[in-house]
Design a binder for this molecule. Sequence first.
Ligand SMILES: NC(=O)c1ccc[n+]([C@@H]2O[C@H](COP(=O)([O-])OP(=O)(O)OC[C@H]3O[C@@H](n4cnc5c(N)ncnc54)[C@H](O)[C@@H]3O)[C@@H](O)[C@H]2O)c1
Length: 135
Amino acid sequence: MTQRLQQIAQQLSASRSQCNSQKCLLASQVVIVTGGAQGIGEAVVTLFAQHGAKIAISDIDAERSQRLVEKLEKEGVDAAYFPGDLLDLSFPQTLIQQVLKRFGKINCLVNNAGMHSKPVNPASSLMVYERLPER
Ligand SMILES: NC(=O)c1ccc[n+]([C@@H]2O[C@H](COP(=O)([O-])OP(=O)(O)OC[C@H]3O[C@@H](n4cnc5c(N)ncnc54)[C@H](O)[C@@H]3O)[C@@H](O)[C@H]2O)c1
């Protein structure tokens, strides 16, 4: 297992160092990362972007999402954000439609949005907490 993980890490590292436009591992692939504005989601966004993916961030925190998209765009990444609450049952459908309209396809979904017991950002976690159906 450890050996396989080392192999994957080496492949990713090699791919990143060679990554320019069409040579990237994930060139032209469109990925949605829910909860992509911070924490683990932001790390996933960064890694996918480094490998050439087009990034769709969906997060309840629109401000953080916007800041991250602006940062990615400065680095030449094709990125957009689609703010919304994934606890709202109608939102995923809207999200898919909006991403398809913006990017034309979806190759990958990283379903990461959620709450952790020790929030990195108390403000956004409070927003989420207040929307929980049962407490
Ligand atoms: N950090 C850990 O140790 C850990 C451990 C186990 C599981 N997880 C899970 O991993 C995921 C990411 O964790 P993290 O530590 O990066 O959390 P985080 O709080 O730093 O980030 C979560 C992101 O998801 C967004 N989000 C939360 N609920 C949402 C909703 N209903 N709609 C839209 N966006 C929403 C938040 O605004 C935030 O940007 C979570 O699902 C968490 O439960 C984390």
